[in-house]
Each structure stands twice: as C-alpha cells, then as structure tokens.
Write a protein that binds this ligand. Structure first.
Ligand SMILES: *Cc1c(COP(=O)(O)O)cnc(C)c1O
Length: 415
C-alpha cells in the first residue's frame, strides 16, 4: 500500500491497524471470514472505476468489454458451483438480494412468512423496522419450544393459517440442518413461492456438507462473504423462468451501477469454491464447530439444541451463570482477543442489547488452518474468562496466548 501510506498516513494507519487486529485476535463471529489474497486483489482492481449499468452486452455505458467479461465469468462460475439455471451476481449485499426477490415475486403489502429474528432469522425476513417488515404483511415462525429446532409440522400449520405468498427459509443463528425439501413441500401445498436464504451456509452447500436448496426453491439468495469466503456482496440464483423478473428487480428496480471490482472478486471466490480443497475446508468448518460446541458442553455451558450440524452454535449463558449477559460476556472475551457476538437465544427473556446468549462460528479460524485441537484450546480460554468474570490477570495471560496462536495460524490474506 505504498501510495496510500504516502498520501494519507491517517487512512493507511487504520488499514494497518485492522490487519494487526485480525492477526492478533481470533474471529469467532459466525458471519465473518478471511478472504484469500487473490480475492482481495481482484476486489482492489481497476474495475472499481467502471460504470456498467445494465447487464453483459446490454449496458447503458460504453467501454464495458472487461466489465462484461468479469460479470459473465462470475455468472458462469456461480451457476456451475450451485448447479443453478440463472445467476444474478450484482446485489451489493444479502439484504438487497432478498428485497430484489420480494420485488420480483410480490406486490405491495403481500404476505411473507420468515423466521423470527429473535429465533435466529435475519432482519430482512420481515423485521418491522426493516424494509421487509414495513412494506409486506409479515408472519414469523419460530423454533419449537422444547427442541429449539424448526418443527416442520408447526410451520405447515402456521403457513396454512397465514397463507403467505412467499415463504423464506434461512437463518443467521440456527445450528441445525434446514430441510429445504420440506419447506418446498409446504410452499407447494399452499401455492406460495419459496425463497431459500443461504447467506450463512452457502460455503457448506457448495462443499456438500449441507443439502442444497437449489432444486427446491424458486429463489436462492446468498451473501458471498460468509462461509463462501468471497468479497462482501451477494448473489441470487433462480430458474430461467424467473430470470427476467429477478434481473429487472436488481437493476433498475433496486440498484444503479454494479460494483464491477466486487463482481470480479466474486468470480475468483467461485473458482476457489469449485476446487476439491474447498469441500475439505467446508467439512473442517463443521468438524471444528462440533468440537468447539462439544468442548463448551463438557464445561457445563448449554449449547442451544444440544449441538451443531453446521458452522455455528449458540450457548445459553444462564446454564452456568444466571446473571451473566451476552453483552458482558462478549466484552470480556474481546478483551482477550476472542471476538464473538452477543445473541438472543430462542425464548430469550432479555432484550437484544443484553441477551442471554453468545454466538460462535468457525469459518474464519478454519480459514487460518485451525483444527479440532485449537478448538479445544479456544474453549478452554473462553471457559477460563467467563468462569472468572473477565478477571484481568487471566485475560492478559490469554490475550498473549491468543496472539501466539495467531502467529502460528496467520490470516490467509498475508501469506
Ligand atoms: C448475513 C445475512 C444476510 C445479508 O446480510 P447483509 O449484511 O445485508 O449482506 C441475509 N440473510 C441472512 C440469513 C444473513 O445471515
């Protein structure tokens, strides 16, 4: 970053500080990951300067020949890794990808049904203060009270009563396999469309450690920066019959010019995901999450649903410390360089700013090459800190050990 460091030392210092932070801490936030150097280089390429409103060979600007090549490459690779008929790689984020699908399938005030945010859903699935909740009539399903899992019979009953025009299957904080075939069956029974939002699990789907929704859903949306390990952004997959409506919903419906540098970086990430090593990576993410969850359970922290099938899980802090909130626990851990987030657990009596849970995910540590042995070590540190109420001496000792582990397993974009 020679030019940045010379022209704007202040901005350069921020970029360097973030790199140092990533090196010296452990990223356990389930939605985060470390993209490869190749992805980051494409993301910083000259395509950043280019306006390319429209779609390949149908642009509103001239000079788009390289933009066309980038977008066609990303589309072809996305279709190949997901086995989809059509891909739109332009959405800037997962939320706008979802809104584009709503625009394609629904009219104003139509009914949608998604997972309650407080039970693991996403704000774009109908939260009242999000666009999805403001402009559509929302019914939310929850997990089952006793199993804390999605109960497809309960969801069917609710769908039959609410009669939504679109059902959304997908979550941000749910540790179990989602039965997309069962969701499709329910949608079919009531004549609804199905949107599968695989923002969190897309990398697991491509790596074949989670069943794919592509054969079952009318629309599939995903971010590209979570388990998929690409640049920040999103994409939409659908059948050819929906292609036109989806494309016009994204542009000109919702966005102006696409981020062509980001689309080139998505193409690179899809090529990485197509490699056999990526399936090994995806399987290791799940193995690591299982190990971390098992180790936390052994130390007496209750894991919501009792375990995990994917890349993440929630712990119920009340199982060891009745008074401890997620807010406080996440703060103590971050003092030692262990970065996780407070999260509501199902039927949580505490408000979202406090919470009774913590969410842990393994995509980023797995990208650094960590395996089960490191997960055991991390669980030990988490338990030490939480058991001793963030004690300063213990935190300082563990912060040093976290830094040492970080040096052994460098973040992949600095190799
Ligand atoms: C992360 C996420 C999104 C999209 O997030 P953006 O921040 O808008 O990119 C959408 N749906 C689910 C389920 C998510 O977890």
């Amino acid at each position: 970053m020679i030019h940045l460091s010379q022209f704007d030392p202040e901005a350069y210092a921020i970029a360097q500080a973030e790199l140092e932070r990533q090196r010296n801490t452990l990223e356990l936030i389930a939605s985060e990951n470390h993209a490869s150097a190749a992805v980051l280089e494409a993301n910083a390429s000259a395509l950043s300067d280019k306006y390319a409103e429209g779609y390949p060979h149908k642009r509103y600007y001239n000079g788009c020949e390289n933009a066309d090549r980038a977008e066609l490459l990303a589309i072809d690779r996305a279709k190949a890794i997901f086995g989809a008929e059509h891909a739109n790689v332009q959405p800037h984020c997962g939320t706008s990808a979802n809104i584009a699908c709503y625009m394609a399938a629904l009219g104003a005030r139509d009914k949608i049904m998604g997972m309650d945010l407080a039970h693991g859903g996403h704000l774009s699935h109908g939260l009242p203060i999000n666009y999805s909740g403001m402009y559509y009539d929302v019914t939310s399903y929850t997990v089952n009270t006793s199993t804390e899992r999605l109960d497809m019979d309960e969801i069917r009953d609710l769908a039959k009563r609410a009669k939504p025009k679109l059902i959304i299957a997908g979550a941000s904080a749910y540790s179990r396999t989602i039965d997309f075939a069962a969701f499709a069956q329910i949608a079919h029974e009531i004549g609804a469309f199905l949107l599968a939002d695989i923002a969190h699990i897309a990398g697991l789907v491509v790596g074949k450690v989670h069943p794919s929704p592509v054969p079952h859903a009318d629309f599939v949306t995903t971010t590209t920066h979570k388990t998929l390990r690409g640049p920040r952004g999103a994409l939409i997959l659908c059948r050819e019959a929906w292609a036109k409506k989806v494309d016009s919903a994204v542009f000109p419906g919702l966005q102006g010019g696409p981020f062509m540098h980001s689309i080139l970086a998505k193409a690179v990430a899809f090529a990485e995901a197509a490699k056999p090593e990526f399936a090994v990576y995806a399987a290791q993410i799940v193995a690591n999450a299982r190990e971390l969850a098992a180790a936390m359970t052994e130390k007496g922290w209750r894991v919501v649903t009792g375990g995990t099938d994917n890349h993440m899980f929630l712990i119920d802090l009340r199982s060891r410390k009745a008074e401890l909130t997620g807010r406080e626990a996440a703060h103590w851990l971050s003092n030692a360089g262990i970065i996780a987030n407070k999260n509501k657990i199902p039927f949580d009596p505490r408000p979202p700013a406090q919470t009774s849970g913590l969410r842990f995910g393994t995509p980023a540590t797995t990208s650094r090459g960590m395996q089960q042995a490191q997960m055991r070590q991390i669980a030990q540190w988490i338990d030490d800190i939480l058991s001793h109420d963030g004690d300063e001496a213990i935190t300082t000792r563990i912060a040093g050990q976290v830094r040492e582990l970080g040096q052994q397993f460098p973040v992949p974009n600095q190799e």
